[in-house]
Structures are given as C-alpha cells and as structure tokens.
Design a protein around this ligand. Structure first.
Ligand code: BES
Ligand code: MN
Ligand code: ZN
Length: 496
C-alpha cells in the first residue's frame, strides 16, 4: 500500500473521504465539495439521516459537478472527544469501506477539519496509520482467488494543510511494520511456523540493527532449563530460545526486557485438548509474536533505549517421549515443578525464559506477554489484556501506554493466596492451581521466577492476540496486540 501526504489540490479520481463532526460547522473540505456538487452532499446527508455520528459512513456515488466517482462522508462524532485514537479509527473504518467499494485510490480531505485534542500533523499521521492498519491481509496461501475478489486499493493519500504529517508518520510506519510482522507470525499455520522457522524469522531483524541470539536444546540443557525443555519433549521440532537485543540507549542506561510465550502449537500434550477449536492453538505464540513485532518497531524507529526481547519457542505435542501428568521437572532457577497438567505449558516455558533473561541481562524491568489462560477470556473477553503486577508504578506506566495506543489492559489480582494455591505435595510448586482464579494462579506461578527487586508485569493476552471479528483498525485475525503497547511504554519511560 502506498501512503502519501499532500498539501496540493485534491485529485480528480478515486474516492474522496471527508470527515464530518456531529456538532458544529462542517469542514472547508465538505463545503467546497458540496458547492461544486451544487449541494448534493448536504441533500444526500439529509436524505440518509447522516449526522456525523462516530463510525457512521455515507457513500455518495457520482455527485453531479465532481469528477471523482465517489465521496465518502465519515462520521467523526463529537469534536471535543476527537483525539488520536478516534483519528485512527476513522481512518480504518473509511478505508474498510473503500476496500469494499473496490476503489483504486482513496484521498482523505482534511481541509478545515480540526479538533482541540490533536494537532494537524498528528491528525493526518494517525488517520494514515489507522487506514494502513485496516488494509492488512494474510493471503499468501490463497492460490485460487479470482482477480475480482482481490483488493484493488493501492494508494492512500492524506490531504491536509500540515507540512509535518509525513515526518510524524515516519515513526508510525515503523510501528505499523512491527504490527504487521506480528500479525504475519500469528497467522502462520504451525506446520510452517515452528520453533526453528520462527527463530529464522527473528534473524531477519538483524537488518534493523538488532542482535539476535538463538539457543538450541543442547545449550538449554546445559543451562538446566528442564521446565522449558519438558514441554517440547513430545515434539520432533527442536525447542529454541531467541534473544533479540536492541541497544539504542547509552551503555549505562538500564535495560528493559520483554519476554514472550512462543508455543507454536499447543495440543495440550498428554493432557490433550478437545478437537473443537484446537486449530486456534497455532496462535499460542502470540506473546512471542508481540515481542518480536515490538522489537522490530523499536529498532525500526531507532529508539534511544536498551531493549531486550526474549522468546521461548516450543511445540506442545503428545508422543511417546512427551512429559506426563505427574512428572517433576527442575527449572533453571533450581526450583522443582510438579507438572499436574501438561496443558498448562506456557508458564513452564516462561519460567526458564524469565529466569535466563534476568540472569543474562539484569534488566530493571521485565514484562512478559503470553496467551496463557482461557480463564482470562472469561474475565475480560476480547476487550482487554489482563495485567498482573505487584508494582503500582509499572501498572500506571503500562496503563498509560495502553490508553495512548488502544492496546487496552485491565489490572487483575495477584496475591499471596494465589501463590498458596500452587503448593505441591511433592515438589516446590505445581503447575496448576485448584479450581477458580486460573489466570491469577498462572501469574503467581510466574512470580516465583522473578528475582527480588525486579519490576515485573505479566500480560495475559489470550483474548487479544487473535481478533474474532473486524474492529475499526484491525481486520479479523491476528491483531498485533502488544506491539504498540510495548513501543509506547519504551518511548515514554526509557527514551530521553
Ligand atoms: N494456550 C492455552 C490458553 C488459551 C486458551 C489461549 C484459549 C487462547 C485461547 C494454555 O496453554 C492452556 O491450555 N491453559 C489452560 C490451563 C489449565 C490447564 C490450567 C486453560 O486455560 O485451560
Ligand atoms: Mn496449554
Ligand atoms: Zn498454551
């Protein structure tokens, strides 16, 4: 998709997208077009009862006096509520319609369209970003799609008076690249994306200046990662641990580490999952996908910060060599774990990944992302990621990043009682709690692998990694949740 910014006159072809507030005056863009079309826009809006409500669209076909085939009025809602996320949503929704219209080009006409909460350059950039996010498609395996079903839209232009839009957008383009990378990873089927091939894809980040290290099973055995390795025992694919280092800050700056669950397929192992819906478990690497995409975004825009991304990559399969319910494994930290359910595998992977990350990099803060529990979907549906932390400051920082980017979080309880629920009869802990509070006991388990004094948050993104239905800037499918959140968190807290 070609995205560009222009301050010149409007093009004579393609669809013209004109945002309209629900309150106050219409924009100059609207007035000019309406005049050229001899009032056709006003008449059409009236006839369709289009009032500019947020998210509403009105498609006006070949208005007299205009050479453009179409004008699309895009409701922007109340001007006092209109900020950056509203701009992105508007961009995404309008482009969703332009795609359905099978237009070849689309131009947002922003003359005289402004809101208090956002300056003109940011407005144009965010509309462009939201628009691009909506154009994502994972179509590499569709070999028989007919031309008439393929999208035609190739060019999006944002026409505004701001000369800064392009410069502001440059960072969003890199962030968008990171989101698209995550969506690709999450969408790939597990026969294609397994630990080895995932690690290979991480290596591509070296082009952005990221140092990529890959550990195989031999190295992990030496390090004593019995917890992570136990999960991969039933798979013919070799487990991997990938570390991605972006040292864009000063040498003396503290590093922040992101750690991701990368179960490239989760059958449940010997505690086998039911067949229905098991295909969803190809995206059980969503945490690792988000960490990888975030590293691409952060390196892509050359962030002045030291950021480490670590992902534990395994395939959880049942097999003669697979671990059994009741097995006891020893983690790299030395703590032993009774594996009562082989389907509670994500925490076993993270236990060693978290420990190794702290030992290797001594980070000031650690944030892990994982599609860890079905229970978090029961709590938060597909609206929020669950945030578990004992650190109020980190919670505030992450919430601020969530609200700025729309990757929303909701803080969940993590208490001593949850920790008591994973006491084992024969080992240091067991990998499941009793009944109830499944997301919190999973978090408490991870907490046992966090060292004293390290600021840590666990984000359970099981409800967010995959988007079950179209959202304004996210097509159905892999969402890229977490990329923008982590990028923003770094920008606000680690960049000077
Ligand atoms: N990957 C799943 C969690 C999951 C479920 C993610 C649905 C996305 C959608 C995880 O490994 C798992 O199986 N968790 C179990 C834990 C249980 C055995 C304690 C669960 O949630 O049922
Ligand atoms: Mn599982
Ligand atoms: Zn899993």
């Amino acid at each position: 998709m070609q995205i560009s910014f222009s301050t010149a006159a409007l093009p004579k072809s393609g669809v013209l997208i004109v945002p309209v507030f629900e309150d106050g005056k219409k924009s100059k863009a609207f007035d000019d077009l309406d005049k050229a079309a001899e009032g056709a826009l006003t008449r059409a809006a009236k006839a369709a009862e289009f009032e500019g409500k947020k998210g509403k669209l009105l498609d006006i076909v070949t208005p007299a006096g205009l050479t453009n085939g179409r004008v699309l009025l895009a409701g922007a809602g109340k001007s006092k509520d209109f900020g950056a996320l509203e701009a992105e949503a508007l961009g995404g929704q309008a482009i969703g319609r332009a795609l359905a219209m099978r237009e070849k080009s689309a131009t947002f006409s922003l003359a005289g369209f402004s809101a208090k909460k956002i300056d003109a350059g940011e407005l144009a950039a965010r509309i462009a970003h939201g628009a691009r996010m909506k154009t994502y498609r994972f179509d590499k395996y569709r070999t028989k799609e007919e031309k008439k079903d393929k999208p035609t839209l190739a060019k999006i232009t944002v026409n505004s008076s701001s000369a800064k839009a392009k410069t502001i957008y440059a960072a969003y383009e890199k962030i968008g690249d990171g989101v698209f990378l995550t969506r690709d990873l999450v969408s790939e089927p597990a026969n294609v994306l397994h630990p080895e091939s995932f690690a290979e894809r991480c290596k591509a980040l070296t082009e952005l200046g990221v140092k990529v290290k890959v550990l195989g099973e031999k190295e992990m055995e030496k390090l004593g990662m019995g917890s992570l390795l136990g999960v991969g025992r039933g798979s013919v694919r070799e487990s991997k641990l990938v570390a991605m280092e972006w040292m864009g800050g000063k040498k003396s700056d503290p590093a922040v580490a992101f750690v991701g669950k990368g179960v490239t397929f989760d059958t449940g192992g010997i505690s086998l999952k039911p067949a229905k819906g098991m295909e969803d478990m190809k995206w059980d690497m969503g945490g690792a996908g988000a960490v990888t995409g975030a590293m691409a975004a952060i390196a892509g825009r050359k962030a002045k910060a030291n950021v480490i991304g670590v992902i534990g990559l395994v395939e959880n399969m049942p097999d003669g060599k697979a671990q059994r319910p009741g097995d006891v494994v020893t983690s790299m930290s030395g703590q032993t774990i009774e594996v009562l359910n082989t389907d509670a595998e994500g925490r076993l992977v993270l236990a060693d990944a978290l420990w190794w990350t702290q030992e290797t990099y001594k980070p000031a803060a650690v944030i892990d992302l994982a599609t860890l529990t079905g229970a978090i979907i029961v709590s938060l549906a597909h609206e929020f990621g669950g945030m578990f932390t004992k650190d109020d400051k980190l919670s505030k920082q992450l919430n601020a990043a969530a609200e700025a980017t729309g990757d929303l979080l909701w803080r969940m309880p993590l208490t001593k009682t949850h920790d008591e629920m994973i006491k084992s009869d024969i080992a240091d802990m067991q990998n499941i709690g009793g009944s109830g509070g499944g997301s919190s006991t999973a978090a408490a388990f991870l907490g046992r692998f966090i060292k004293e004094g390290v600021a840590w948050a666990h984000l359970d993104i099981a409800g967010m990694a995959w988007n079950p239905k179209d959202k304004p800037t996210i097509p159905k499918g892999g969402s890229g949740f977490g990329v923008r959140l982590l990028d923003e968190y770094v920008r606000e807290n680690y960049e000077a």
